[in-house]
Design a protein around this ligand. Structure first.
Ligand code: ACO
Length: 398
């Protein structure tokens, strides 16, 4: 209390707000969320309409430039990205030299951070051409980097971009080498991947985007700020959750598939176990993205002759949790990550790549926020206050 009073006296009112749950750090025009009503809109467009009618590149353009592209603009944007998808030779060598057993997210953050060394950095706030170029290179090359990292970690030769293919199609080909065999399945997976990227493209001041803004607020460059966002996304409470969901489902399956025993463990606070893929800081009734993803999972997995064991388990777990007052009292519902992992797994991605796929989707959001902040005359360096609760004064007795 003494220290709090001292701070109040020195600096006016200081609020203690762990996790910034009630603190707005900026004004933004990018994404609107109404957590109570389960509404998510990018630049005013409802996520459901974008999911149904647009493509990931259209959404990326919308988030970054504020307007949907016209047909000519979309074509130019897409061609520019495709034409710049290949990595410089030194960057390829660097990725190939990274430890093969490192987590792909660690390798991804490293590769993106070094882009500031391979290309001119964006530290000059007045140079909008440089910012536009960094924006384009990040969007163009992140899929190439991600696919190369994947193949590196499994000991396969990398595949170079094929500019004649679409953004998502080529990413899947560079990752798996077009191994699905059927053009129909390739198309379904590309559409599923595109939809998942759209649903992940922005989510206002989430932990990784807030990180990008905090780092960018010191006028650090775009590559370094995005690399910091990648590291924030890696945490299990944020982007790592889709990997954690799959691991949780596998654990339940291996222990005999009893969801109730698992839920009892979750409800016992002492166990330190959370129901991964459940709960959200903002959505307190439902996550509008989870419905789209659940439907997509059903469409993809219905094609199989056998029901998918982990998808069935996830459906059962969701049903039991939603019938339990522990979860409903705390307004805990499935979030975007609860079903995305089962889709990625069906497409052939190992769990360690799930968060990388999230990063590919979130990239336009990170870029849009970094740019918005750069242009905001009211933006200041991020520098929160604290309430000091340690010893007030001690003397060094020697
Ligand atoms: N399982 C069990 N209990 C939970 C869960 C969960 N997944 N989430 C929250 N709770 C409980 C808390 O223990 C707390 O209970 P209490 O009031 O009895 O102490 C209450 O619900 C409120 O929880 P908070 O931790 O205060 O909620 P917060 O808003 O800080 O956390 C978060 C949100 C991190 C998403 C949390 O719900 C969680 O850990 N979920 C699991 C991880 C996850 O799925 N993350 C992905 C988030 S979405 C994304 O990043 C795209």
């Amino acid at each position: 209390a003494f220290e709090a009073k001292t701070l109040l006296a020195q600096a006016g009112m200081v609020t203690l707000d762990p996790g910034f749950a009630n603190t707005a750090a900026c004004q933004s025009r990018i994404t609107y969320i109404d957590g109570e009503a389960g509404i998510l809109r990018y630049r005013g467009y409802p996520i459901q309409e974008l999911a149904e009618r647009s493509s990931f590149l259209e959404v990326a353009y919308l988030l970054i430039h504020g307007e949907l592209p016209g047909p000519g603009e979309l074509k130019d944007f897409s061609e520019q990205l495709r034409a710049n998808a290949a990595l410089p030779a030194e960057m390829r060598t660097m990725i190939d030299a990274l430890p093969r057993d490192g987590h792909p997210m660690v390798l991804l953050g490293t590769a993106v951070n070094t882009m500031a060394a391979f290309y001119a950095d964006t530290a000059d706030p007045g140079d909008s051409a440089q910012v536009d170029r960094a924006t384009m290179l990040l969007l163009a090359q992140l899929p190439t980097v991600a696919a190369r990292i994947y193949r590196h970690t499994i000991g396969e030769e990398p595949l170079e971009p094929d500019h004649s293919l679409g953004y998502v199609e080529d990413f899947l080909r560079m990752t798996f080498g077009g191994r699905n065999g059927s053009a129909e399945l390739d198309r379904l997976y590309a559409r599923a991947m595109d939809l998942l990227l759209i649903l992940h493209a922005d989510h206002e001041q989430n932990c990784s985007t807030a990180t990008v803004r905090v780092v960018g607020s010191s006028q650090a460059g775009l590559y370094g700020s995005v690399a910091s966002g990648i590291n924030a996304l890696f945490g299990p409470l944020h982007g790592g959750a889709n990997q954690a969901v799959l691991e949780m489902l596998e654990e339940i399956r291996d222990a005999g598939g009893d969801v109730d025993t698992y839920l009892s463990k979750v409800k016992d606070k002492e166990s330190g176990t959370r129901l991964m893929g459940f709960g959200h800081r903002v959505y307190k009734n439902f996550d509008p993205r989870s419905k789209e993803i659940k439907e997509l999972a059903a469409e993809i997995l219905d094609r199989q002759d056998q029901p998918d064991e982990l998808f069935e388990l996830a459906l059962r777990l969701e049903g039991r949790a939603l019938a339990d007052s522990y979860f409903t009292d705390r307004k805990l519902y499935p979030n975007v990550d609860f079903y995305s992992g089962v889709i990625y797994r069906e497409m052939g991605f190992p769990t360690s790549m799930f968060t990388v796929l999230f990063a590919l989707g979130r990239l336009p959001g990170w870029i849009a926020h970094w740019r918005e902040q750069r242009l905001d005359p009211a933006a200041r360096i991020a520098r929160p206050r604290q309430l000091y609760v340690g010893p007030t004064q001690r003397s060094y007795a020697g």
